[in-house]
Ligand binder design. Structure first.
Ligand code: FMN
Length: 218
């Protein structure tokens, strides 16, 4: 079972975000998960140009940078932990830049069958908008959310415990392919929506059209 931990803290393993994320990793490892960590700090990650080339042909973004490698790791993982500091009630910019580069993962729900978890730290500890957003992003890509954890300036013992428990839950969800019918209904509804959009744009978004046909969704 492969779990990818993506952190967008500029302070990497010295930051508060990582202190919490490391507990999630330990919890998942206790159920046998193999963890790979990617720190977005220091990675070359350009902004989406909105060119729509990723919807065409072989669905590859023309920007030449590290996003490709990170996205490949996302596609190859069974679960993804998104860890970020709360920056103005959002994920930090490198993580948003990564999300913006995954437009065809959203249209084609290329994370279907996977699970996500959100880890957020902040000054205030009021992180629900960010953990909710991470769960929402995962569902946009077809992945079910195992949940989120958060903490303030210094993680409390109960927050570290919640993080460990979330790691166990994430690994358990992957192992047992646990169903979350409400989340699944949202994902299924959105896939039907994109089927209609992609059918209408079949010439312009030929790569995504072929993907939908190959999956039997069109
Ligand atoms: C640009 C910026 C925006 C921030 N916005 C918020 C915020 O909206 N709410 C909050 O509680 N903390 C905010 N913080 C504080 C960070 O979320 C907090 O220090 C976090 O734990 C840092 O994580 P790190 O140690 O992994 O870098 C902000 C910090 C920065 C630098």
């Amino acid at each position: 079972m492969k779990i990818l931990l993506i952190s967008s803290s500029p302070r990497g393993e010295k930051g508060v975000t990582y202190a919490l994320a490391a507990e999630v990793a330990k919890g998942a490892q206790s159920l046998g998960a193999e963890i790979e960590t990617v720190h977005l700090a220091g990675k070359k990650l350009g902004f989406c140009h909105g060119c729509e080339i990723c919807h065409k042909g072989n669905m590859t973004c023309p920007l030449k940078d590290d996003a490709h490698l990170v996205i490949l790791k996302m596609l190859n993982a069974d679960g993804i932990v998104f860890a970020t500091p709360n920056y103005i009630n959002q994920v930090a910019a490198p993580m948003k830049a990564l999300f913006d580069r995954t437009s065809n993962l959203i249209h084609c729900q290329r994370l279907l069958g996977k699970y996500t978890a959100g880890v957020v730290s902040s000054g205030s500890g009021l992180n629900h908008p960010v953990t909710d957003y991470i769960a929402y992003y995962g569902r946009l890509c077809g992945a079910l959310s195992s949940g989120g954890v958060s903490c303030g300036a210094a993680p409390k013992p109960e927050e570290l415990k919640a993080a460990f428990d979330l790691g166990e839950k994430l690994a358990g969800d992957i192992k047992e392919k646990r169903a979350y019918p409400e989340q699944q209904a949202e994902i299924d509804k959105r896939r039907h929506y994109f089927a209609d959009v992609i059918k209408l744009r079949k010439e312009a978004w030929d790569g995504e059209y072929r993907y939908f046909v190959s999956k039997g969704w069109l």
